[in-house]
Design a protein around this ligand. Structure first.
Ligand code: ADP
Length: 366
């Protein structure tokens, strides 16, 4: 915390000597009896960046038009150079819009020159520093959490694969006289290993998406095939609950440039959810809707539906509607949305509680 004893280490990047002197004097007067400001000064961007490299700085007071840089580029250069240092933009009346844009892009505040006194500048700087610290701490926390998930998931892969392999060997070499309850237990172990595997895969995929490490392998494919493959993957589960999946593919090929594996994953999640949350003996409907610019894949179920206030939240990581049952990580839809957005598309749900849900994936087509 910048308490009253700790001086604020500020860097003023401003080429107008008159403005620079005025700000220095205002800050000196305002700081008396409150908080001291150690003010360094640069009259060019290059010098400012050099100072930021060589000395610890809490906050930058930044004029956007300098001899060696202009406008928004000035802000970008400083922000990229020191992303964790608070920036307060100094603007003139005529470039206030630019300052507002800088705030939208990560500057903590802006001040219009000639309209502020020392106390206002000081207040703005202190506020900017505190906010920047909070934001950086939160970012660190998120990064740590993501790294933790990624490394735990990775470490879990090997033992789960060993369990899966071992139970496979046991099931293949079972004595003929094995009692049915024991057989069921072994089957449960096998299923649980499959669930764990898919949970770990979800965690790893989420970690890859979070860190921007997912690259799409696009090719021109017929979406009818991608849908049919995803449907086949969930078919056994659908049959086990006496449900029906209806898909009448369009008669013409539906060609789109997509990562077929990733889109398949999205569709398996939507079909899997329709199967999981839909009733026994219910119906799951898949439809392809085309417009000039988009192709839309719709997956409808006759399940419980989703309350309006949850319809966006279900796409958040780990969000699950309470009472949704125990099997599920709450990651599937978050992954689906991230993958669809990587394709330049959208995914959303239309639902009336009590009357089922329709999830739609819209993808751009040429
Ligand atoms: P998971 O199914 O693993 O919980 P998802 O991200 O796939 O995770 O879904 C998040 C939540 O959205 C689910 O827990 C469930 O509450 C709700 N949901 C998803 N699909 C449906 C559906 N077809 N019908 C009703 N609720 C659904």
């Amino acid at each position: 915390m910048s308490g009253s004893q700790t001086p604020i280490r500020a860097l003023l990047i401003e080429d107008n000597p008159g403005d620079a002197r005025l700000i220095r004097e205002m800050l000196r007067d305002a700081g008396v009896g409150h908080v001291a400001v150690e003010l360094a000064h640069a009259d060019r961007l290059a010098l400012g960046l050099a100072l930021l490299t060589n000395q610890v700085t809490d906050v930058v007071l930044l004029d956007l038009s300098l001899p060696d840089s202009h406008g928004f580029d000035t802000f970008s250069a400083v922000h990229t150079h020191v992303p964790d240092v608070a920036i307060v933009v100094l603007s003139g009346l005529d470039d206030e819009a630019l300052a507002v844009r800088a705030v939208q892009e990560g500057a903590q505040d802006y001040l219009v020159k000639g309209q502020v006194d020392g106390a206002a500048i000081l207040r703005s700087m202190r506020y900017a520093i505190e906010r920047q610290r909070l934001e950086s701490a939160r970012r660190d926390l998120e990064r740590q959490r993501d790294e933790f998930f990624a490394s735990v998931s990775h470490d879990l892969r090997t033992p789960v694969a060993a369990i899966k392999a071992a139970i496979g060997v046991v099931l293949a070499n079972m004595p003929p006289a094995m009692s049915p309850p024991l057989l069921r237990l072994l089957g449960n172990i096998d299923l649980a290993a499959d669930e764990l595997t898919s949970l770990i895969e979800d965690l790893l995929e989420m970690a890859r998406l979070q860190s921007g490490r997912v690259e799409l392998w696009r090719s021109s494919v017929d979406l009818r095939d991608v849908i049919a493959r995803a449907a086949r993957a969930v078919e056994p589960l659908i049959q086990a609950r006496g449900q029906h999946l209806l898909f009448s593919p369009p008669s013409e090929p539906v060609i789109a440039s997509v990562d077929a594996e990733r889109l398949g994953r999205v569709l398996r999640n939507l079909l899997g959810n329709a199967q999981k949350y839909g009733p026994e003996h219910g119906t799951i409907l898949v439809a392809v809707e085309r417009s000039a610019t988009e192709v839309c894949i719709a997956v409808s179920d006759d399940g419980p539906g989703i309350l309006p206030e949850d319809q966006e939240r279900i796409f958040e990581r780990f969000f699950r509607v309470s009472g949704s049952g125990s099997s599920g990580s709450g990651l599937g839809l978050a992954i689906a949305r991230a993958l669809v957005e990587l394709h330049g598309g959208r995914v959303w749900v239309d639902s009336t509680p009590g009357h089922g849900s329709t999830f739609r994936v819209a993808l751009p087509v040429e």
